[in-house]
Ligand binder design. Sequence first.
Ligand SMILES: [Zn+2]
Length: 185
Amino acid sequence: MDTLWTDFINSDWHDFRDSGKHEDRLVLTSWQHRFLKDWKLTASVPATEIELQRLQSLRKLLHNYAITFVNGSSADQIDWDELNKIMAQVPVIKQWNHHEGSRQLVYLPLTQDWTSVMASIVSDFVYTVLDQDIHRIRICDNPDCRWVFYDDTRSRTKRYCEDKTCGNLMKVRRFRAKKGLQHPQ
Ligand SMILES: [Zn+2]
């Protein structure tokens, strides 16, 4: 399952095949438009050079947390002051909202720019840490892919971002490796 903050992290894209191809999609206007649309966020596109630098350092910070959680660390590793600082840059109002049959209290940012997008990303990360299970955060087992995702399966055993792509590819690789061992050239 992709969440707002994992989708953001995965803008640092690696080809799941072993081509070694790597692309920072965050800098692409097409990625920025798609990301804002999918998560119903507003900011001007293209992001400025300074905004991109701030987004990239936030991505690095959250990616490092994801790695420490995958390695079994607890939420004690988190620098809450740093995250609070990012969220504190954006004033919000609370609003009762009745949308598609569900009633909820929502927090609406008073500004709509990349700073408020960053605050939303951080809030989503904080939500995962506080209300979800950080030990369900995974990094795809295909070492070429490195996709970060939240494992929401009942069995908690999801190893690949997608079974159809990375799962199948790794199955073929294991099969070939096994064959190679049995029949050395
Ligand atoms: Zn993958």
